[in-house]
Design a binder for this molecule. Sequence first.
Ligand code: GDP
Ligand code: MG
Length: 196
Amino acid sequence: PCRESWSSASSDSVVSTESGSSLYNVVLIGGNGVGKSALASIFAGAEDSMDSDCELYGGQICEQTIVVDGEIATITLLDTWDCQEQGSWSQEQCMQAGDAYLIVYSITDRDSFEKASELRIQLRRARQSEDIPIILVGNKCDLVRCREVSVSEGRACAVVFDCKFIETSAVMQHNVQEMFEGIVRQLRLRRDSKEA
Ligand code: GDP
Ligand code: MG
């Protein structure tokens, strides 16, 4: 698997530091074993991040400053959904903490796809009347022979969810950078429409 430079698409462009609110909490949610932590560790290892702090809470929370479309964004990625130990993050806290959400399922596990729908409903309930950016993420797309959820089902589900859709492979590092860039763009669209 080839590993592209994190900000390859925008490496020539001028980096703007003008705009103020470019600090975002992005939360990974989804069933057990779908690959949330695998996606988070790719984010933590992003090669040309400008600044990173990924030791927070044993690696479950990682802060990275990345460049998307020539503009800096600092993302705090929370992989705290499956933390069930005492004193750590509750799922209710996760539902409140995000400026944006990555709802992850595995394309090889239909139950995890059903779970994604439950989580979408839960999120809508927890954050009523807020227009929160969400990407529905079908992970493990490298496992073609074990596929249980088709691309078109994923896409149709995202239409119902009123969110974006992407298929990724953490193992192949396929579309992972695009996923993080996509969520930053969604956050900026909301920010810009508020400013306008
Ligand atoms: P989590 O419970 O959602 O955090 O899932 P993990 O990140 O711990 O991943 C669960 C298992 O799935 C691990 O064995 C990973 O190596 C594997 N896994 C995660 N992402 C992928 C992927 O994109 N492709 C494949 N083939 N395996 C993956
Ligand atoms: Mg995990």
